[in-house]
Design a protein around this ligand. Structure first.
Ligand code: CO
Length: 134
C-alpha cells in the first residue's frame, strides 16, 4: 500500500529562522512560505534529492501544531508523509484493521493540492502519519 516517503514535517516556532537554517547553514533549496488556512499552518518545503522536508509554523488560533510546540519549544519532528495510489482504498483498509483516522475521516487537500489524511500516532509507533494520494 505504501509508496515513497513524500516528506518529513518539522514543527517550528519561527519559519523564517528555520528557513534560514536550511537555506544558509545546510545549503538546501527552500520554497517560499505558503499559508494553509484550513490546516492552521504556514509551510515551506525543503527539496532534497530523494524527499522533502516540510517546515511548519502555527497559523491562526487553535493551530494543530500549537500544543506540540508548547511541549517542544525548540521545535521537532511532527509527522511523516507516505504516498499512496488510492487514498480512499488505503483509508478503508486501515479502518477495517482498527486504525484511527483523524478528523471526519475524509481526505482534505494538502500543501500540494492533493488529497491527504492523518492517522493517529498511537496506532503507528508513536508517530503521526500523513497519507497523500499521488
Ligand atoms: Co505534511
Amino acid at each position: 500500500m505504501l509508496g515513497r516517503l513524500n516528506h518529513v514535517a518539522i514543527a517550528v516556532r519561527d519559519l523564517s529562522a528555520a528557513s534560514a537554517v536550511y537555506r544558509e547553514t545546510l545549503g538546501a533549496q527552500v520554497s517560499e512560505p505558503q499559508q494553509l488556512i484550513e490546516h492552521g499552518v504556514t509551510v515551506v518545503f525543503v527539496t532534497l534529492p530523494n524527499t522533502k522536508i516540510e517546515l511548519l509554523e502555527p497559523l491562526g488560533e487553535g493551530s494543530p501544531i500549537a500544543k506540540f510546540l508548547e511541549k517542544s519549544p525548540d521545535g521537532g519532528m511532527h509527522h511523516v508523509c507516505y504516498e499512496v495510489d488510492d487514498i480512499i482504498a488505503a483509508r478503508d483498509r486501515l479502518k477495517a484493521q482498527g486504525a484511527r483516522v483523524l478528523g471526519d475521516g475524509n481526505p482534505r487537500l494538502g500543501a500540494h493540492g492533493k488529497p491527504v489524511l492523518f492517522l493517529h500516532p498511537k496506532d503507528f509507533c508513536g508517530t503521526l502519519v500523513e497519507l497523500e494520494q499521488v
